[in-house]
Ligand binder design. Structure first.
Ligand code: C2E
Ligand code: MG
Ligand code: MG
Ligand code: MG
Length: 281
């Protein structure tokens, strides 16, 4: 019986593997055509300054609609990275975000924050690509943030630190995304000298079960190093109030707003400025 069970486990496992291989193949083929088929669009999520209650910046998030179904970025971004599509896609995201935002945000001085994958940052022409997006759109470098996950520290740390410094010299702000989940250490934060730390939403979700200690420690350390701190995944008023009490600079999450298209964002922003959204939920 033991033997039979072991055998059937093996079969289930390989069937799952086969399934995920097929899925990967399907997404890989889809990604090769997605740009030319115009299947991507961008959504924007406001990040609120806890002290002034104003919009500090908006995070830009990619959406892929394949045959009428939205594929989550968590699923396709890793595949795009693995097969090299991320470079073209990332360039498109930068350009599109700068152009769309120039049309409305520009006057209000709300920054936008674009996610960048590690392979993009590793390419020698990355800074040129960013510069081209800025020049071609007329979007100001000083209103652009780039978000980089803390896995940048895993390899090529020195190349990464140099590139980050180069971007900052243009006036761009650099954020460390998903802080607390990966390889980063406090000393690496000091070495890379970025501008913003985004605390991963898992710590906000677990604020009552120990997450608060991590948030407080990160907040304390970030302040010493001159970083500003953003909490991700804020879903309730209680979380928002507590984060504000801790001294976290900004909060982002469904409590304030879901990610929206640029047109929805414009409308939301008008309502927000008129104080119509004081109690978002
Ligand atoms: P991220 O950069 O950490 O982005 C935040 C994610 O949390 C987004 O998921 C957002 O929709 C979600 N979120 C925001 N508020 C809440 C909340 O209150 N509760 C919960 N449960 N979730 C919340 P999304 O859009 O699915 O993106 C997932 C990840 O995919 C991003 O995580 C980022 O790593 C990556 N990604 C998204 N767009 C791009 C892109 O244009 N380029 C690259 N390289 N990566 C991207
Ligand atoms: Mg991000
Ligand atoms: Mg994040
Ligand atoms: Mg995250």
């Amino acid at each position: 019986v033991q033997k039979e069970k072991a055998k059937s486990d093996v079969c289930v496992f390989s069937a799952d593997m086969r399934k995920s291989q097929l899925r990967e193949q399907e997404l890989k083929e889809g990604l090769a055509l997605a740009l030319q088929n115009r299947e991507f669009h961008l959504v924007y999520q406001p990040v609120i300054d806890n002290q002034t209650n104003e919009v500090s910046f908006c995070e830009v998030l990619i959406r892929w609609e394949l045959d009428g179904v939205l594929i989550p970025p968590q699923e396709f971004i890793p595949i795009a990275e693995q097969y090299g599509f991320i470079h073209e896609i990332g360039e498109w995201v930068l350009m599109k975000a700068c152009v769309e935002s120039s049309n409305w945000i520009f006057d209000d001085k709300v920054d936008i924050s674009v996610n960048v994958s590690v392979p993009q940052l590793l390419r020698n022409d990355f800074v040129d690509i960013v510069k081209a997006a800025l020049v071609n759109s007329g979007f100001p470098a000083t209103s652009l943030h780039l978000e980089i996950t803390e896995s940048v520290f895993a390899n090529n740390a020195d190349v990464m630190f140099a590139r980050i410094a180069e971007l900052q010299s243009l006036g761009i702000k650099v954020s460390v995304d998903d802080f607390g989940t990966g390889f980063s250490s406090l000393s690496q934060l000091q070495k890379m000298s970025a501008d913003i730390v985004k605390i991963d939403r898992s710590f906000i979700a677990s604020m009552d079960e120990g997450g608060q200690a991590i948030i407080q420690a990160t907040q304390y350390m970030a302040k010493q190093l001159g970083y500003s701190v953003v909490a991700e995944g804020v879903e309730t008023k209680e979380q928002a109030d507590e984060l504000s009490d801790i001294g976290v600079n900004c909060s982002q999450g469904y409590y304030f707003s879901y990610p929206m298209t640029i047109d929805e964002l414009s409308q939301w922003y008008e309502d927000f400025k008129q104080g119509k959204l004081n109690d978002p939920l």
